[in-house]
Design a protein around this ligand. Sequence first.
Ligand code: ATP
Ligand code: MG
Length: 396
Amino acid sequence: MAPIILIKMGELTLKGGNREGFELILRRNLVSMLRSHSPGSRVESRSGRIYIHCASEKGAEGAEETLSRLMGISGWARARKTGKIVDKVLDACVEEGKKIFASGAKSFKVEARRADKSFPLNSYEICCAAGDAVRRETPELRVDVKNPEAVISVEIRERAYIYGAEKKGRRGLPAGSAGRGLLLLSGGIDSPVAGCLMAGRGMGLDAVYFHTPPYTSQEALDKTIRLADITGSYAMGIRLYIVDLAEIQKQIKEKCPDGWSTVLLRMAMMDAASIIALKTRAKCLITGESLSQVASQTIENLHCTESRARLPVLRPLIGIDKEAITVMAKDFGTYETSILPHADCCVLFRPIHPVLRGKVEEAKALYEALGLAKSETDLLFHAVKTAEVKKCGYYK
Ligand code: ATP
Ligand code: MG
């Protein structure tokens, strides 16, 4: 029989009247993921569940590979589908019992849900009968209703579905259901995680990367493109704007007190990002900043930076320490790329004694004096206009 995957939806099931819209976006995202990773598979939605009918075992493996990136689902499982006949359901439970035993479980329980009340056994009776049937064929398995090592689930709907090991989904909301944001994406550990987290709150993303050739290398750019690809695979694709800030960085270095250079550079980044956000229809800017992680991220310096932003700045990592961020980076699969050793512009031009508690009025005055963005012919507009744009992480 062609493999079937049963998907449970996450938070969007709480959406009341708006649920349908969220479900449509989830389904659209799933279909485009499957087009490239599980060709020939068919998606079916029925009463709060989504089923993928895969064309082959290889297709099922491809589908499972991408489901771990699909935002908005609480979990999925390989399911057996049978007619609504008691013996067939029990046979499928027995097969599932053998499978969970082979995968190392010693104890189990059966959970049953009978949506179709015409089925002759009620949920409790299904659990008892299926438990007995499994134990008869695999007596080594113990029933443990409080702390089972494995659960066999039975759902009696328009057909009967039986499944064992359930994989955890990423939960949250489907990417693209909560407006667009523009991610300031560096080559570090934090900003890709910030992007993935916001994709998991339903944001569609575009990103901007600032580099300073020839001071920063092609490798640093390639690494960021790779990070945009991975982040994009959660966000259903990202357009990456690659902006050359070399001239602006030089001006800051030449004309401003050394201690201010990182904060002023960040202000220029916010300024440029705000202009790009207008084009991409982003409703917010997103950064990987975390309070006091480095000198430029004290609350005072964040205030200075933010003074050049024309949209709300979301910082999903603001209260999270580096160790926890690293765990998330490993989970999202960005970590190994982020730690490749290619310095970006902030590191190269870092001042020896950075200002720790910049006064916002002073920051604004220094920035204004640079005259980077007074008219459309100024450096900042030029940098944005000449940005290269790359599509990253799109499914077919
Ligand atoms: P890490 O802290 O892991 O080195 P990071 O990406 O957080 O990497 P920071 O120096 O902490 O780097 O920068 C804070 C935030 O500013 C980043 O999370 C990112 O959103 C933004 N940012 C910094 N440098 C750049 C850059 N070159 N291009 C785009 N955004 C940047
Ligand atoms: Mg950081």
